[in-house]
Every structure is written in structure tokens, then in C-alpha cells.
Write a protein of this length. Structure first.
Length: 188
């Protein structure tokens, strides 16, 4: 499917892309080789195209408020094992999901004034420098001005400590999810 199709209809296509991602992944797993290649290309495009502001977020009960690209990245990660078997293009697609990172808070470790340190699980990769993020608690989204990795970042299982400067302790709770504010322009 040509990129121009996606470019011309992104307001219509991208909201459906989250629901279509598992179908594309099924095609990659079991489809004709040409269909597999096209499905990988479509998923790649869906991760990188900035949707219009009114069509930029998922509105489902379990993923409420997540950016479309992050929700698509979650579907891709769910099929990591299968994509690894699809050579370089499958591996590159997995690598592209890294900038759509997710951190699930397991514990608020310390709070000092407006600095909070949290422990949890990181999926994807934080940029090397401090970045802005969104904290998702239920249907509430709170802006986090900075996220900084502590103690060298995540271990091989994704366990990590993050510092959230200028963030109120009361805003953070176990089960909350941090997501990048802007995935599309991320440069690691």
C-alpha cells in the first residue's frame, strides 16, 4: 500500500490503525511474503506519522488517552518473538518501537519537595537526556516536566528507577504509566 494513501487519509486511517495493528501482525506471521512486507511497511508508517490533534489518542477503557503510536507500539511489542523471526525488517520494526517507551510505576521510592523517585518497569528506551512525559492514572493525564533515569537506566528485565523533577508526590501512584510527550520528534 503506497505511503501517499496513508498521507492523504491519515485522519481517517490512523484512529483505526490501533485496531488494525493485530491484523497486520497476523499477516506478517501467516501471510504471503509480499503481504508480509507490506504489513511491516504499514506498521512502520503508522508509528512515524503524526496524526491530526483531534485524532491523536486512543479512547478505550484500558488504554485511555495513550497516543495512537504508543498503542500501536504496544501491539508490536506483544508479538516480539514472531517479529524477530522476520529478519532485518522485523528487527527494525521492533527497534522503531523503542522511542514509544512505557514505564509502569510499581513503587514510589522517595519524595523530596517536588522531586519524586519511582521504581518500575521500563519497556522501550528513554532518550539519553531528560525528557518530558505524561503520567497516566486511570483517565487522568498529568504533565511531567522531566523524566531522568537513575542508576544507569534499566536492567535486562526492564527494572529501573526514574527521577521525576518538579512533580508532586501526590500525582504519582503504583500502577500509573509514564509515556513520552512527543514520540515523533524523539532523537535518542
Amino acid at each position: 500500500m503506497p505511503t501517499s494513501f496513508i498521507d492523504d487519509l491519515e485522519n481517517d486511517v490512523l484512529p483505526a490503525a490501533v485496531a488494525a495493528a493485530p491484523i497486520h501482525l497476523d499477516i506478517i506471521e501467516r501471510g504471503h511474503p509480499r503481504a508480509r512486507s507490506a504489513a511491516i511497511d504499514l506498521l512502520w508508517e503508522m508509528l512515524d506519522l503524526p496524526p491530526a490533534s483531534e485524532f491523536s489518542r486512543v479512547d478505550a477503557t484500558q488504554n485511555s488517552g495513550f497516543r495512537l503510536c504508543c498503542a500501536i507500539a504496544d501491539h508490536i511489542r506483544d508479538r516480539r518473538g514472531m517479529l524477530r523471526m522476520h529478519g532485518q525488517s522485523g528487527q527494525e520494526l521492533l527497534t522503531a518501537t523503542d522511542r514509544h517507551w512505557r514505564f509502569t510505576v510499581q513503587e514510589v521510592v522517595a519524595a523530596d519537595g517536588n522531586d519524586v523517585m519511582v521504581f518500575g518497569t521500563l519497556t522501550g528506551q528513554l532518550p539519553e537526556r531528560s525528557c518530558e512525559a505524561e503520567l497516566h492514572r486511570g483517565r487522568t493525564i498529568i504533565a511531567v516536566p522531566a523524566v531522568e533515569a537513575e542508576y544507569g537506566g534499566a536492567d535486562e528485565d526492564g527494572a529501573a528507577f526514574l527521577r521525576l523533577p518538579r512533580t508532586a508526590w501526590s500525582a504519582v501512584a503504583p500502577g500509573a504509566v509514564l509515556r513520552p510527550t512527543d514520540c515523533v520528534t524523539y532523537q535518542g
